[in-house]
Design a protein around this ligand. Structure first.
Ligand SMILES: Nc1ncnc2c1ncn2[C@@H]1O[C@H](COP(=O)(O)OP(=O)(O)O)[C@@H](O)[C@H]1O
Ligand SMILES: [Mg+2]
Length: 667
């Protein structure tokens, strides 16, 4: 059967596994994405740092070169001055001018002293010549003497407040002999201040360090260095170890204020959050789906186990759903029914008009909530069905169609038919039995009119004979009287036979509103006949307003006949004066009760036990069927048959039937 929800549910383990796999890939991708998101800015920061570091190194190199170049220039100028001093000593004015020129070329130069070969000061420019060479310069002088080359001293004279100096000791030789020396003193601070360009100083704190890594000069125009980007470079000075240390004032590239990083973080957070909520939503949906699937499986199993057919139709009458039982009832697969509009393949031609009429009702929104009809299977077999219809309402309370449940009532119909036939047979035989019981009474009853007819006609013949012999004219008055009497008696006999025939003739049981009065009247003649023969009197006591009952008239007549006959038979030993048979009726609590009251011998307890059993009789010629038939008939009409002792002696048999809520009492 095609049904949107009726798929086989997957086994739970497989679903579980499939679900975890389904999640694995997106989760991995998202993690990867997040990792990339985090890595990218970190990488960018790293690159930026590297770039800055490299830039600093290049700049530091360049500054070192500049410093070195400045000093080298000064060395050359000193060397040239030195050779001039040895070969042809200039006049003091010229010397002074040359000294001054050197000072102008490089402001870091704070002093030049020209010493003679004996160490006496020959000339001096700038600061005063020191009383004795400082210890680092003496050391440099010793080495320079040995190597015969100019040499720098270590930096000296630096304190925490003042910067240091450095000396350049140049020995002078004439003809291979020491002819004196030139000692230039440089202020390292001025060297830094003058040589390093301002833009570099702005970005970097510069420090010159001596061999012991003590700072001997500093420049920090843009504030102290942050220690993030640093570089150290040795100035390549013969004899001295001076290190140029640069320390950038720039901070490490910051991560957070970065717009890129910010948006990446926001995006990542948003992604994680929305992923989380998506996950929650999907889990909820999955749980709901699982619950739904379980319910559907349950429902499908339930529908398939039903023996009642189910059919849903939309408002246009198109079949939208049928269950298995429906398919079995109509003998068609669901595919041939679902989606179809009337006329349906299971409509039987002989009831087509009925279907169409009812379908028009469905379209106009008027349904018959319950009706019986016939469906036809493809092989032509008719299936009687009972259909219940109800509106189909969706979750919003809107009607979307009709739901019908269909019961195959073939078996019930068959049972009903069988029951009806049996009932009919039973009734016929019961009537025949009653008549059999009454046969002697009837014979006796018929005998009377027949004997009377016989004697009247004999009398008439006598009259005719006598007048024939005497030649007297016929006494037409006498003759007429005799014949009239004979005719009446013949009519009476005919009446008796007709009433018997009427009672016995085969007929269909038929329920209709029946008044008790008419029932009593119907059997009155027969009852009175029997009563008269038994010497009893019949009294009928019916209230004027008595509602009718829904019943088969002849069956009620038979009941009444049986009860009255039993009553009459029970009174054979009763004194004639008390042989009264009463038929009374009453209406109370929606029931009409009819009582047959006698003053007979009553019912002993041991008799009472078997009273209603078939073939139970205390009479020599009784068949014992009377009360059994009566009870069946009364119960068939939804009533009860009971008996009780009559307080005046005798028995009261009563049957009660539901009164018909009639518009007018039939009396
Ligand atoms: N009105 C009555 N008074 C006393 N006994 C009765 C009365 N009606 C029925 N009975 C008892 O119930 C028995 C069964 O009655 P019934 O079924 O009509 O069979 P039958 O009349 O053939 O005996 C009778 O034999 C009789 O003993
Ligand atoms: Mg009887």
């Amino acid at each position: 059967m095609k049904f949107p929800f009726a798929q086989q549910p997957e086994p739970a383990g497989a679903t579980e596994r499939a679900r975890s796999w389904r999640w694995l890939v997106p989760v991995l991708l998202v993690l990867l994405f997040l990792a990339v998101l985090i890595w990218l800015p970190w990488q960018a920061r790293q690159m930026e740092a590297n770039e800055r570091q490299e830039q600093l190194i290049a700049d530091t190199l360049w500054v070192e070169q500049t410093l070195r170049f400045e000093l080298a220039r000064s060395e050359e100028a000193l060397a040239s001055l030195g050779s001039d001093l040895v070969s042809r000593p200039p006049s003091p004015q010229v010397l002074k001018a040359r000294f001054q020129q050197m000072f102008n070329n490089g402001h870091e130069l704070v002093r030049i002293v020209w010493y003679g070969p004996d160490g006496a000061v020959l000339a001096n420019h700038g600061l005063d010549a020191p009383a004795a060479l400082p210890a680092p310069t003496r050391l440099a002088a010793d080495v320079a003497g040995a190597t015969r080359r100019g040499r720098y001293s270590e930096a000296y004279g630096a304190t925490s407040a003042t910067s240091g100096m450095i000396d350049y000791y140049l020995p002078l030789y004439a003809g291979g002999r020491l002819a004196g020396s030139l000692v230039a003193t440089y202020s390292l601070q001025v060297l830094l201040d003058e040589t390093v360009p301002w833009w570099f100083a702005q970005d970097n704190a510069l420090t010159l360090l001596d061999r012991n890594e003590r700072a001997v000069a500093r420049r920090a125009a843009g504030g102290p260095g942050r220690g993030v980007y640093t570089h150290q470079r040795e100035l390549d000075l013969p004899g001295a170890l001076v290190v140029l240390s640069t320390n950038s004032v720039k901070r490490a590239p910051q991560l957070l204020p970065n717009l890129l990083v910010g948006s990446v973080i926001v995006l990542a957070l948003g992604l994680v959050l929305s992923l989380g909520s998506l996950w929650r939503h999907i889990s909820r949906t999955l749980a709901a789906e699982r619950a739904l699937r379980q319910q559907m499986a349950f429902r499908t199993a339930m529908e398939n186990s039903l023996v009642t057919g189910l059919r849903a139709r939309d408002l246009e009458g198109r079949v939208t759903y049928v269950n298995r039982a429906f398919c079995e009832i109509v003998g068609l697969p669901a595919e041939e029914v679902v989606g179809k509009k009337p006329p349906m393949p299971y409509w039987a031609p002989e009831v087509m008009l009925d279907y169409e009429e009812r379908f028009r009702g469905v379209l106009s929104g008027n349904i018959t909530p319950q009706f019986e009809t016939v469906f036809q299977r493809p092989d032509g077999v008719r299936v009687p069905v009972l259909v219940y219809e109800a509106p189909l309402v969706d979750a919003d309370g809107r009607q979307t169609g009709w739901m019908s449940s269909i019961q195959d009532i073939t078996d019930r119909k068959r049972a009903e038919e069988l029951n009806r036939q049996q009932q009919e047979k039973l009734e016929t035989s019961a009537r025949l039995a009653t008549m059999g019981e009454m046969s002697s009474m009837l014979a006796h009853e018929l005998n009377q009119p027949l004997a009377a007819i016989s004697s009247y006609t004999a009398g008439a013949l006598n009259v005719l004979e006598r007048t024939g012999q005497s030649g007297e004219p016929v006494n037409s008055g006498m003759l007429r009287h005799a014949l009239e009497q004979a005719r009446q008696q013949a009519q009476r006999a005919g009446q008796i036979i007709r009433s018997v025939h009427e009672f016995v003739k085969k007929r269909e049981p038929r329920r209709e509103p029946v008044s008790i009065r008419s029932v009593v009247e119907g059997v009155r003649a027969l009852v009175e006949l029997q009563a008269r023969q038994a010497g009893a009197t019949l009294r009928v006591e019916l209230p004027p307003q008595l509602p009718p009952v829904l019943a088969d008239r002849v069956m009620l007549e038979q009941v009444l006949l049986n009860l009255t006959r039993n009553a009459i038979e029970a009174m054979v030993d009763t004194p004639v004066a008390q042989r009264v048979l009463r038929v009374a009726a009453a209406h109370a609590d929606g029931m009409v009760t009819v009582s047959v009251i006698d003053r007979g011998h009553g019912i002993a307890p041991e008799v009472a036990a078997g009273l209603f059993s078939p073939f139970y009789s205390t009479k020599a010629e009784g068949m014992g069927m009377g009360l059994s038939i009566c009870r069946t008939a009364i119960e068939f009409h939804g009533g009860t048959l009971t008996h009780a002792a009559n307080p005046d002696g005798g028995t009261v048999f009563s049957f009660a039937l539901p009164a018909q809520a009639a518009d007018g009492a039939l009396g």
